[in-house]
Design a protein around this ligand. Sequence first.
Ligand code: MG
Length: 230
Amino acid sequence: MATTVVGGRVLPVGKIVAVGRNYADHAREMGAEPPEEPILFFKPSTALLSEPAELALPSFSREIHHEVEMVLRVGLGGARLSAAEAALAIDGVAVGLDLTARDLQTAAKVKGHPWAVAKGFDGSAPLGNWSPVSDVGDLGNLSLGLRVDGTWRQKGNTRDMIHGVVALVRFISSRFTLEAGDLIFTGTPSGVGPLLPGQPVRAELGTRSVLDCHVGGPSTDASGKGAPHG
Ligand code: MG
C-alpha cells in the first residue's frame, strides 16, 4: 500500500486528483483552449512510485510522455473549503511526473472514452522527495523543469498556472471531499514529449524537490511478451 507521512503520521495515500490543461502554453500545444473550470481526472494510488531509480514503460503503449508537475499533499481535508481553509489544506509539495500513454489517450479522446488506462497505469506517478510547505515559500512562484539526456525539455513556473493552488483546492473540495493523504497533480507546462529506454531524467521543483532517475526497458505483460518502444 502506498503511504505518506502527514504531520508525523503514516497515512495511506488516498485519491490522487490530477488537473489537465492548467498551463495555457500546454493547453495550446495539445490543440485545446485553456479551460474556464479545472479539468480533473484521477490516478490510482497504485500509480505512485516514491523517488524511483527507474521508470518502467508499460508494454501496452508505444508513446509514454513526461509531464512535469508540482504535486500537493493534503494535510487538512474537508469538503467545500473556504479560501482560508484551502490555504491551510496543503502540508507538503513534491515534483512529480504525470506519465501519460499519449497514444492511448489520443485514441480515447477520439472515441470519447475515459483516460483511466492512459493516465493511471502502474508507475505512472513517480514522485521526487517531499518538502514541507513551510520550507518552500510561495507555491505560486516556483520554477518547475525537466531534463532528459541532460537537455531541458520542460521549463515553467507555477505562477503560470491558470488555476492557482487555493483555487484548485477550493474547486476540488467542492466536488470531492479531500482527506489527509490525498495528492493533487497541478498540471504541466509546455514541452511534453516521449521517453525512451535508457534515458536519464531529472525533474526539479524550485530548489526543494528533485526526481533523479532513468527510463528502464518496457515491462512485460501477463503473457510475458513486452512490446518494443521506439
Ligand atoms: Mg498532467
